[in-house]
Every structure is written in C-alpha cells, then in structure tokens.
Design a protein. Structure first.
Length: 192
C-alpha cells in the first residue's frame, strides 16, 4: 500500500515538474517577444522609419487562430471526459487551423512584398513586419508537432479522464500562442 502512495506522489511530482518547465519556456518566449517589440518601438524614432500597414491576410489569420483555441478547448474537455475520439478530432482540427493560420501568414508576406515591402529593405519597419510573424510561426511549429503527438496518443488510447497531462500541456501552450498572436497583431496594428 505504501509503495502505491509513493508511486502516486512521484507521479504527481513529475507532472508538476512538466507543467513548471512549460511555464518556464513560455516566460522565455514572452521575454523574447518583449525584446523584439521593444526594439520595434525604439526603432520607430529613426530617420529611415516608414510605417507599414498590416496585411489583410493577418486579420483573417487572427480569426483563424481564435477559432483554433476553441477546437483545442474542445480537445481538452474531451480529455477530462476520457473521450479519446474527441481529443483526436479536436487536436486534428486545431492542427488544420494552425496550418490555415500559417498559410494566411504566408499570404500576408506576399501582400507585403507585392506592395514593395521586403525583409531586407532600408526601412526597419519592413524587417519587423516580417520578423515578428515569422518568429511567432516558428514557435507555432512546436505546437503543431505537439498536436500531432496528442492526436496519435489519443488514437492509441494513451489518455484517460484521470491521466491526460499531454493534452493539458499542449492546450496551455496552444492557448498561449493564440494570446501571443493577439498581442502581436494588436501591437503591429496599433503601434505604427
């Protein structure tokens, strides 16, 4: 009996450690984007700065990523109920919406380029308009990989109503990425 209790305590400690490590990573990402947006603000005072309008495709991508939070939430609710099919479907829908988000970002870059804004132009605003979404998408790739892992594990029955930490961690990270994009989009849209 004592062995089972010790095992449960150790498992709880491992789970708390994983959640803590995720939050440490999230804080590091927040600091990274705080540095980039601070650099943006400091660069605005330079003589070469010319404001750049946010591409229309970024507006659509924002709506897509908000919807992806809803599908991820559905996967999380399914996990709490032990519904492996719901976890898998929610994770795959979130994954597909993540791909649509990436496509919209790509279309936004095409829109920027077509209007004469290139990453390596003399205007620092152009570089930031490319850098911020690209760096967000780089972090989103990690979320896309996690979604595939969650969907695969749900298919093989790895999650139960009592043990679904992977879904929880993926959800925390995905919702963070959504909130981060909302901040970045608002920043790019309002601070020009």
């Amino acid at each position: 009996m004592a062995t089972i209790e010790i095992g449960n305590i150790q498992e709880n400690q491992k789970q708390r450690a994983k959640v803590t490590m995720l939050w440490v990573g999230i804080i590091a990402i927040i600091m990274f984007f705080a540095a980039i947006t601070s650099g943006f603000i400091l660069s605005m005072g330079g003589p070469a700065w010319i404001s750049v309008d946010v591409p229309q495709a970024f507006i659509f991508s924002t709506l897509v990523i908000i919807l992806s939070s809803a599908t991820m939430y559905w996967a999380q609710l399914s996990a709490k109920k032990g519904n492996a099919g719901g976890i898998r479907l929610g994770a795959m829908l979130t994954f597909l919406l993540g791909l649509v988000f990436g496509y919209c970002q790509y279309m936004g870059f095409i829109e920027l380029f077509a209007s004469g804004h290139a990453f390596s132009s003399k205007n620092p605003a152009d570089s930031f308009m490319y850098l911020i979404p690209v760096m967000h998408f780089a972090h989103l790739l990690g979320g896309l990989i996690a979604l595939l892992v969650v969907a695969r594990r749900a298919k093989t029955g790895k999650y139960t109503a009592q043990n679904h930490l992977g879904v929880r961690l993926c959800g925390i990270y995905w919702h963070f990425l959504d909130i981060l994009w909302l901040y970045l989009f608002a920043f790019l849209y309002l601070i020009r």
